[in-house]
Design a protein around this ligand. Structure first.
Ligand code: AMP
Length: 114
């Protein structure tokens, strides 16, 4: 689970991605298989496998990810109509074990998500 992932490679510039935002702590790129007209993945540069692997030392980083998601939603024209999703663990649908926030929008979003 602590192995390198495709997202780690993207973060290091070793794999291609359609990057829409970068700073010293995180980066965001378009999902290869979008679930909505707007589907962006926001990842920390630090390779935390799952949200449940984060610790108190990651508090500022996690806060930064949330505020950066706001910034990206604004940048991409989503206004206040977007959803953030974190799939934690295989049983919850996580398939890439490098923490990521899905930023989803551009269509009506139903609840519960299923
Ligand atoms: P999750 O199932 O929460 O782990 O989400 C992983 C997401 O990564 C899925 O929505 C995939 O479509 C997406 N994905 C997988 N590989 C890539 C890639 N190389 N570039 C962009 N998105 C990817």
């Amino acid at each position: 689970m602590s192995e390198d992932t495709i997202f780690g490679k993207i973060a290091r510039g070793e794999a291609e991605a359609n990057i829409v935002y970068e700073d010293d702590m995180c980066l965001a790129f378009r999902d290869l298989y979008p679930a909505a007209p707007m589907h962006i993945l926001l990842i920390p540069r630090k390779p935390i496998p799952r949200l449940c692997d984060a610790s108190a030392a990651d508090q500022a980083l996690l806060g930064h990810l949330m505020l950066t998601a706001n910034k990206i939603a604004e940048q991409e024209g989503l206004g206040d109509k977007f959803r953030l999703v974190v799939n934690n663990g295989e049983g919850a649908g996580q398939s890439v074990f490098h923490l990521h926030l899905h930023i989803i929008g551009g269509r009506p979003l139903k609840w519960p998500p299923g």
